[in-house]
Design a protein around this ligand. Structure first.
Ligand code: 13P
Ligand code: SF4
Length: 317
């Protein structure tokens, strides 16, 4: 590969990334599902909302985004004049990829009176068709601010949508999307695991199916799950979300004797790992900074349309 050839064998990638960070006046933002190395070189690690908030306020000239495409796109929408670099432009998301803008526009046209709430895991095209964006950490709070007489259309995650219907009591029309990682956690295997670890608390992300959420002691965004395990008196936890977050759980509870058990997926595969998030590597991060590529570019008309519902989310959060 041309790119791999440009890494000098004697270079320490951690030192090189630090040097390039100064050179580019860059900030490295990373999601909790990234590999431990990427979390360790990041200036800021967070859930989707925290990463958007950090991108909105950064004074760096360059944002290097270790996450997936829709997250870097959100950073670019908020920062049109900054250079936004990503280790791998192909890092997508089954929720965003399963809800194309043109199909969503046709779906939305069937519900002209509905207030359109879109989960941040969607493309800029879908954001531009939305009234407000939510993340898993602010969705309930934001839905509660929508006038009671407005019907709601929620996209693209049907499981988060159903969870919100239960939490807020609001009826919603749902786009039938799913996260390919969270939908594979197995209720049956989780019950078996709980039987083997009766003292363990189950924490789950609301992208999981209802049958898994019904077994959870705590449901929340990645950040909320992390906060919960850190504050809890319990010693054992079953983690029903992408296991990348366990790195921060272990760091934050070092010496406390807490154990974190990844919830099992349906089959004997590593499919509880997000294949999109895992496309990013330390090598690709280094090369993206060295080559100033790949970069996130956006059409300005689309950017302005997608900005309004993101701005409303930040204001309502
Ligand atoms: P949060 O970090 O906002 O909980 O989102 C999880 C996720 O699936 C990101 O793609
Ligand atoms: Fe998308 Fe699921 Fe991966 Fe999150 S974990 S980026 S929702 S595919």
């Amino acid at each position: 590969m041309v790119q791999a050839a440009s890494i000098h064998p004697t270079h320490d990638l951690f030192d090189e990334i630090e040097r390039l960070k100064q050179e580019l006046n860059a900030v490295i933002l990373a999601h909790y599902y990234q590999d431990a190395d990427l979390q360790d070189v990041a200036d800021f690690i967070g859930d989707s909302l925290q990463l958007a908030q950090e991108a909105a306020k950064t004074e760096a000239d360059t944002i290097v985004f270790c996450g997936v495409h829709f997250m870097a796109e959100t950073a670019k929408i908020l920062n049109p004049d900054k250079l936004v670099l990503v280790p791998d432009l192909k890092a997508g998301c089954s929720l965003a990829d399963g809800c194309p803008g043109d199909a969503f526009a046709r779906f939305k046209a069937k519900y002209p009176d509905h207030f359109v709430v879109s989960y941040v895991n969607c493309s800029a095209e879908v954001k531009a068709l939305s009234d407000v964006i939510v993340t898993s950490s602010n969705a309930k709070k934001i839905v509660e601010q929508i006038p009671a007489d407005r019907p709601i259309l929620f996209a693209p995650d049907q499981h988060l949508g159903r969870y919100l219907i239960k939490e807020t009591g609001r009826e919603m029309v749902l786009w039938p999307g799913t996260c390919q990682v969270h939908e594979l956690f197995s209720e049956k295997k989780l019950i078996q695991l709980k039987a083997r670890h009766p003292a363990a608390l189950v924490v789950a992300h609301p992208e999981c199916e209802k049958t898994v959420l019904d077994l959870a002691d705590h449901i929340g965004s990645t950040r909320a799950i992390l906060n919960f395990v850190v504050a809890s008196e319990a010693k054992e936890f079953i983690i029903a979300t992408e296991p990348g977050i366990i790195h921060q759980m272990e760091k934050a509870t070092e010496g406390q004797g807490k154990t974190f058990i990844p919830a099992p997926p349906d089959s004997a595969c590593a499919c509880n790992e997000c294949p999109h998030m895992k496309l990013n590597t330390l090598e690709k991060l280094y090369l993206s900074m060295k080559l100033k590529s790949p970069r996130l570019e956006m059409d300005e008309v689309l950017r302005v349309k997608a900005l309004a519902p993101i701005q409303r989310m930040l204001d309502w959060s």
